[in-house]
Design a protein around this ligand. Structure first.
Ligand code: FAD
Length: 525
């Protein structure tokens, strides 16, 4: 379905040669190949946002609230908004952090459930877009494939593949705000399992779950032990004949109440915004406290987490094999389960955990390395996401391609040598939106500063040879290790250090000087 924005603030597409282009429109073609110069659709915006997920909609809100005069559009590759919360449709899909911190700072989360279901989160994003007129700015089926910064013009030319018409269109903007999430939408990660083609049942990756998949009274194997696996297993186990969670190695699993009684009490007794702000602050502080404690005293934390699992599953359960990871807490993300649902389904015999390696798929299921035959009608490969930086966009500056795997990140959201581009990337140890909101605030401060000073170009530059380089993420998880080399590097010191720390980011992104020495500002050439 074609959902072209008809809102008043977005100029309609037009040919480059049309007389009514924005003043700079024709100059843009100077830096493009001749074929491009005669091709379709140029429109110019102050800001282009890539992606209409939780972050893109949040970015648009901050932009129009703090800088109401700026023109902007959101380019969304899919035909719907909501990103993650529209894409994932597997049974039980939900958040694994609380919605008081995963929700926006500006829009209270009002549901009783703190650990929320996917459809409720999607509705929250849709509501935000609708009640703020953001949906009118979205150009659906506009997948951005590349962006080239022109220093003489001081703008980006963004190449867009339109999903509905198959056309390639070109848009220009003064500032590019990339809210494309962190993984490939087309497909998740699935290892090559030996014998998979001989299996007579159905194999499905959670990212490709469709409503026709009927697991009622079926025998199901879920491969994996991450957040997705621990979500699917108890949900499917409600109606399946039996579910086996087949994991190569265990993960820390922690139960928390789906509802936050303090939050619900505050909401009943205080104005909604005040209650939300208080609960958000409480949860941020608690999360930071538990994270710091886990990193400072890993052995104590490990013992406490394993003890909790043992208590859930009873004294005879082999927690040592199935719930005792080889790594320390927060070397990888902890898995949160609401109201002990995973443990309950194991206790009741509806689900079981097998910790073993896959030898091969067979016609009727999976044989493990230790020789166990696990029967299955359906195998769910909850084997992870395929991480993708900047939504797969190719970035160049004045025609020279930037290898994003080699540049340093500036404050975890801009990139060395790349002007006027910010991307959103959330925390590994806290809710994504906390960083997203701060990043949006920073973008608005930066744009205001540039307007005030007449600067057209803001480029992070590192002139300090003593800055060391480290990987973008220090998680040991397979999905991070497989792809982290394609992500930018972080530096050993600020402003090149990527903090996984909300308090430090408040100081850096909300209060830190925008014109710090590592940021080079230039007027239009
Ligand atoms: C199942 C699941 C559960 C999660 N639960 C939590 C949680 O509880 N807490 C938490 O903090 N995080 C969670 N996350 C991480 C989650 O992705 C983020 O919290 C958040 O939804 C990210 O929002 P986003 O808008 O940045 O990215 P996304 O939701 O991924 O949206 C990105 C949008 O950009 C579009 N896009 C991408 N590339 C392009 C391109 N080149 N051109 C045009 N459009 C493009 C996509 O189509 C998509 O609509 C979860 C992730 C998954 C998969």
């Amino acid at each position: 379905m074609w959902n072209f924005n008809r809102g008043p603030s977005i100029p309609l597409s037009r040919e480059v040669s049309a007389p009514a282009g924005p003043p700079n429109c024709l100059f843009a073609t100077r830096h493009l190949p001749l074929t491009v110069a005669v091709m379709k659709t140029d429109s110019h915006f102050d800001v282009l946002i890539v992606g209409a997920g939780l972050s893109g909609v949040g970015a648009a809100y901050h932009l129009q609230k703090r800088l109401p005069g700026k023109s902007y559009a959101i380019l969304e590759g899919r035909e719907a908004l909501g990103g993650t919360w529209d894409l994932f449709r597997y049974p039980g899909v939900r958040s694994d952090s609380d919605m008081y911190t995963l929700g926006y700072s500006f829009k209270p989360w009002k549901d009783a459930k703190a650990i929320a279901d996917g459809p409720a989160i999607l509705e929250y994003v849709r509501e935000t877009a609708a009640e703020n007129g953001i949906d009118r700015h979205i150009r659906f089926q506009h997948r951005v494939t590349s962006a080239n910064w022109s220093t003489p013009d001081a703008w980006w030319t963004v190449t867009v593949e339109r999903g509905d018409t198959g056309e390639t269109v070109y848009l220009t903007c003064g500032f590019l705000f990339v809210c494309s999430g962190y993984y490939r939408y087309e497909a998740g990660y699935t290892p090559d399992f030996p014998g998979a083609s001989t299996f007579k049942g159905r194999i499905v990756h959670p990212q490709k779950w469709t409503p026709d998949i009927d697991h009622v009274d079926k025998t199901v194997i879920v491969i994996g032990s991450g957040a997705t696996a621990v979500t699917i297993v108890p949900e499917v186990a409600r109606t399946a004949r039996h579910v086996t969670m087949l994991q190569r190695s265990p993960t820390y699993v922690v139960s928390r109440p789906a509802q936050d009684p303090v939050a619900n009490w505050l909401r009943r007794n205080l104005p909604s915004k005040m209650a939300y702000t208080l609960t958000r602050a409480k949860n941020v502080l608690l999360q930071m406290y538990f994270y710091r404690r886990a990193r400072a005293k890993p052995e104590d934390t490990k013992a406490a987490l394993i003890h909790m699992a043992q208590k859930e599953l009873g004294p005879d359960y082999d927690v040592g094999t199935h719930f005792t990871p080889r790594y320390n807490p927060w070397d990888q993300r902890l898995c949160l389960v609401p109201d002990s649902d995973l443990f309950k389904s194991i206790r009741e015999g509806r689900a079981a955990v097998v910790t073993d390696h896959i030898e091969t798929f067979t016609a009727t299921g999976i044989r493990t390395r230790s020789g166990r035959e696990l029967p299955a009608d359906i195998v769910v490969t909850a084997t992870g996401l395929d991480l993708l930086f900047l939504g797969g966009m190719e970035i160049s500056v004045d025609g020279a391609k930037t290898d994003m795997g080699k540049v340093l990140t500036y404050k975890g959201m801009m990139y060395e040598g790349v002007p006027n581009l910010v991307s959103v990337f959330g925390y590994t140890n806290a809710s994504w939106t906390l960083k997203c909101d701060l990043t949006c605030e920073y973008v608005c401060r930066l744009l205001k500063h540039m307007d005030r000073t007449g600067a057209k170009q803001a480029t992070p530059r590192n002139s300090d040879p003593t800055i060391g380089e480290e990987p973008w993420l220090d998680f040991s998880s397979g999905y991070v290790q497989r792809t982290v080399g394609r992500f930018p590097r972080q530096g050993s010191r600020k402003p090149w250090k990527l903090h996984q720390n909300y308090a430090l980011d408040i100081m850096s992104l909300r209060y830190g000087a925008v014109d710090d020495p590592a940021m080079e500002f230039k007027g239009k050439a």
